[in-house]
Design a protein around this ligand. Structure first.
Ligand code: FES
Length: 105
């Protein structure tokens, strides 16, 4: 499916994401700036923070306790905050938009 990343300056990066890959990996695969993924997807660095709003937020898996902890401890968390490494690409996510925070740029 198509997954779109928008950086804090408003630049759009449209990707064709393989099912099963996580959103952090998709961003790195496509050279999207603003996603670092320092821990390799272990949910322990929070450098893959992004904002995902409706209608896609409702399609995402619940935040795990570890994801909640990392978001609260490390980043400037909002209700639509997610760690991109914790979200796997599925066909239903066609058109999903991830907005990236300025502090990761
Ligand atoms: Fe480290 Fe997502 S890549 S928490």
């Amino acid at each position: 499916p198509k997954i779109v990343f928008i950086d804090h300056l408003g630049t759009r990066y449209e990707t064709e994401a393989p099912v099963g890959r996580n959103l952090m990996q998709v961003a790195l695969d496509h050279g999207v700036p603003g996603i670092l993924g320092d821990c390799g997807g272990a949910c322990s660095c929070a450098t893959c923070h992004g904002y995902i709003g409706e209608p896609w937020a409702a399609q995402l898996p619940e935040r795990s306790a570890t994801e909640v902890f990392m978001l609260e401890a490390v980043v400037d968390e909002r209700p639509d905050s997610r760690l991109c490494c914790q979200i796997k690409v599925r066909p239903e996510l066609e058109g999903l938009v991830v907005r990236l925070p300025a502090e990761q740029a």
